[in-house]
Design a protein. Structure first.
Length: 159
């Protein structure tokens, strides 16, 4: 985490003026889909919403493409996404860019690193509450154990 704390401000992209309402926990498991459809019906869990850069939510969701499916907060890293009808990360980002009229997302790696760092920091807070005896989840220690895994994934992206 210390290495990421140094790397992030040193690699902050230039301000492009993009600001929007961001969800803050934009993961596929916070979306309710129509039955037998890929159409989203609702987006849950808004307590982390704020104003920020729209790429932060996109990268946060794309973290799931890189996370293992067998951890306490499962991802798609080793899942047959094609069989589930889930596009690959690059296809997903390309579709986002097409719908937004963007050629590409500059500094995409930065947003991914920031997402992993942010999620790891949140989970460190969950672990601290577990250690202090006031965690709201019975899985708080398991969630906290995921923090160094996410930090290592972010470090792999900056190598």
């Amino acid at each position: 985490m210390d290495r990421l704390i140094e790397w992030l401000p040193a690699n902050l992209p230039a301000d492009d003026g993009k600001v929007s309402l961001i969800h803050g926990d934009f993961r596929i498991d916070n979306i309710i889909f129509e039955t037998d459809s890929t159409r989203a019906r609702a987006l849950l869990d808004w307590e982390l919403s704020t104003l920020g850069h729209p790429y932060a939510d996109l990268a946060y969701q794309c973290m799931q493409w890189r996370m293992a499916s067998d951890c306490v907060i499962p991802g798609f890293g080793d899942t047959d996404r094609v069989a589930l009808g889930i596009p690959g990360e690059q296809d997903y980002v390309d579709e986002y860019c097409e719908r937004r009229g963007l050629g590409r997302i500059p500094d995409w790696n930065f947003y991914l690193v920031f997402g992993f760092f942010r999620f790891a920091a949140i989970l460190q807070g969950v672990l601290k509450r577990a250690v202090d005896g006031n965690a709201s989840s019975s899985k708080a220690f398991e969630y906290g154990a995921l923090a160094p895994v996410l930090a290592r994934q972010a470090l792999e992206l900056i190598k």
